[in-house]
Design a protein around this ligand. Structure first.
Ligand code: GLV
Ligand code: MN
Ligand code: MN
Length: 414
């Protein structure tokens, strides 16, 4: 069991503020979507902070960024800590940035106190965790854990038309001082601090959530095709209207999926109509569906209900429905030994904690496939996230970082 170590809370808060200026939105949030110029600016700032402290900087093929503080035995697999720097279009200042900057604060604290660790400790900022510009999410950790980029990403384009290959090349080129390293390498363990993005900790007045697992997520792309025709002249009986299919199917799904199972989540976050003229029945409607549940059979059942519902409504309107699964993240369970370490450290630091499941997906889910992983949650106001108003009390950011520092020392002592 290691000793407690004092992190520099003021420095962590100042860094959070400085990073929040990159892509700041009028309502106090952040729009720093993956692999944009703003994302590159944030990566540069982190690399500059690292250089000032003499840490080495690396990046890999998917532009994951690593900051390494050497250990006594450089050959040992590193202890990896971090999160992501990309944000939602109307995101908050803490989702991802807190975990990355808390991890960097731990590295600086080790340096301040001249603490040597046997193994290297590395901070990672994973690429494109959010998945809102380029889908899927967690691209960086997914590729890292697999040791390769899936072939399907080769010609991938963002919602704004940008090519993944071009944006990766520009991002890698924007940090020429970072040494390129192969994708994926042995990792001793992975820890990630993150805001809870829910209300449980706040409602129980606790400062720490020890995450034992992550519920499953699936993303579906739904394409409904009918026939475009004149809005003023086309009689009801001659209409093949994909918007009507969408509305009727979705109304039934909204009424059924979440009301019938309180652990189920169902969200339509994106929809577009073609040709998109006020006075034309649309030719096609395209929408995304995000479903979540802690159990795979329940996800299977939800997906089937969605497929059946669009097929039935499309049949009734003489339209066509194609439902494609574009992302599948099965539920993950973190090793109990990692949670035990976090609980012991939280108790030692006298931080009130509870164990909990994550409703959001995170890079830790993929890292857990190749190394023991766990997460530390801190509360956020009203559980609000993926929103510019996302807010974390300074004491809670500091508490999460203190626990991370203690857990890193405990894990690295073994
Ligand atoms: C992560 O951003 C998620 O959507 O869960
Ligand atoms: Mn996040
Ligand atoms: Mn997020």
């Amino acid at each position: 069991m290691g000793d407690n170590i004092a992190i520099n809370g003021e420095r962590l808060l100042a860094n959070l503020q400085r990073f929040a200026e990159i892509g700041a939105t009028p309502k106090g949030g952040v729009n720093r979507q993956a692999l944009t110029d703003l994302d590159r600016q944030a990566r540069r700032r982190l690399a500059e902070l690292a250089a000032k402290r003499g840490f080495s900087v690396f990046q890999d093929e998917i532009a994951n960024l690593f900051i390494r503080r050497e250990g006594r035995n450089p050959a040992l697999p590193p202890m990896l800590i971090g999160s992501h720097l990309d944000s939602q279009p109307l995101g908050g200042k803490f989702d991802g940035a807190l975990g990355t900057l808390a991890a960097f604060e731990v590295l600086e604290t080790l340096e301040d106190h001249g603490i040597e660790t046997e193994r290297p400790v590395e901070v990672v900022a994973f690429t494109n965790e959010e998945g809102c510009r380029f889908a899927p999410g967690c691209m960086g950790s997914m590729a890292f854990a697999a040791g390769e980029l899936p072939a399907s990403w080769q010609d991938l384009r963002a919602v704004d038309g940008a090519s993944l290959a071009d944006e990766l090349a520009a991002t890698l080129a924007s940090l020429p001082e970072a040494t390129m390293r192969p994708l994926g390498f042995p990792v001793f363990a992975y820890l990630e601090v993150h805001i809870e993005q829910g209300r449980l900790l706040e409602s129980e007045a606790l400062s720490i959530g020890i995450v034992t697992g992550i519920q499953g997520t699936r993303w579906l792309d739904v394409e409904l095709t009918g026939q475009t025709a004149h809005a003023g002249t086309t009689l009801l009986k001659f209409r093949r209207d994909p918007m009507r299919v969408a509305v009727q199917a979705l109304a039934g799904l909204y009424d059924h999926i979440m009301p019938s199972d309180e652990r189920a989540r169902f969200t339509v976050g994106r929809m577009s109509l073609k040709p998109g003229a006020v006075n034309a029945i649309p030719e096609s409607v395209r929408l995304t569906i995000d479903i979540r549940h802690p159990e795979t059979p329940a996800l299977d059942a939800m997906e089937q209900i969605i497929r059946d519902s669009f097929a039935r409504q499309a049949g009734e309107q003489d339209c066509q429905a194609i439902v494609t699964r574009i992302f599948d993240m099965p539920p993950a369970e973190f090793p109990s030994t990692m949670a035990d370490t976090l609980s012991a450290c939280a108790d030692r630091l006298q931080l009130g904690s509870r164990r909990m499941l994550s409703g959001a997906f995170h890079d830790a889910l993929f890292m857990n496939r190749i190394a023991p992983a766990a997460m530390i949650f801190v509360p956020c106001r009203d559980g609000l996230s993926h929103n510019e108003l996302e807010h974390v009390e300074p004491d809670h950011s500091i508490a999460g970082c203190r626990l991370l520092a203690a857990a890193v020392l405990d894990l690295c002592a073994s």
